[in-house]
Design a protein around this ligand. Structure first.
Ligand code: HEM
Ligand code: HEM
Length: 137
């Protein structure tokens, strides 16, 4: 498996631990649901589910299509943008819901980083499967 696949799988397993633990804490202290629900949801869905899918996709989709991955560098950038985006988004989203105003700019900044990460993945996969990526021998 490539480094980017291994990194995404490692990250996804860590997000699963964090996301599920947050869920348990929210059940134990339901008054925090109002603050942490979207962070819990997105750590699980963008962190555990999407990152596992990114990692697995980088491994299997080029192989299924008989092509080499269009850009390894873009995949590495995707990994860092996705993680910096999600961690920043989670932190500032929780702060915003906890303390009210004052954190919007940070939430937007990390949202954009997370979104750009997703666009990188879409572009790289699209070019790999439907574009002119090199065929594997
Ligand atoms: C032991 C594991 C988990 C526990 C204890 C847990 C607990 C919770 C709790 C207490 C809520 C708030 C429900 C409410 O009152 O509105 C919630 C919401 C949510 N959880 Fe989890 N969760 C767990 C795992 C997961 C996983 C693995 C995912 C996704 C893969 C997930 C996705 C969500 C989503 C999307 C919501 C928001 C649902 C909505 O909008 O109403 N959770 N969870
Ligand atoms: C850059 C990426 C994303 C951003 C900025 C984003 C943003 C948001 C926002 C602002 C909400 C409303 C939260 C609220 O109730 O105040 C929301 C809800 C939700 N999103 Fe996302 N989302 C993203 C990606 C995703 C992805 C990839 C999934 C699923 C795989 C997802 C699943 C959900 C679900 C299930 C809800 C309802 C639960 C909740 O209220 O948190 N989101 N999202």
């Amino acid at each position: 498996m490539s480094q980017v696949t291994l990194r995404f799988i490692k990250a996804s397993l860590i997000y699963l631990l964090v996301g599920v633990s947050m869920g348990v804490l929210m059940l134990l202290w339901p008054r925090w649901i109002g603050v942490y629900l979207p962070v819990h949801a997105h750590i699980n869905l963008l962190g555990w589910v999407s990152m596992l899918m990114f990692g697995v996709s980088y491994h299997i989709l080029p192989r299924f299509s008989g092509k080499q991955l269009y850009s390894d560098m873009l995949a590495t950038l995707h990994f860092w943008f996705a993680n910096i985006g999600l961690i920043g988004l989670s932190f500032f989203w929780a702060m915003q819901r906890h303390k009210g105003a004052g954190y919007e700019a940070f939430v937007i900044l990390f949202t954009l980083i997370e979104a750009v990460a997703c666009y990188m993945f879409v572009f790289n996969m699209w070019m790999t499967i439907f574009g002119k990526a090199k065929e594997t021998a």
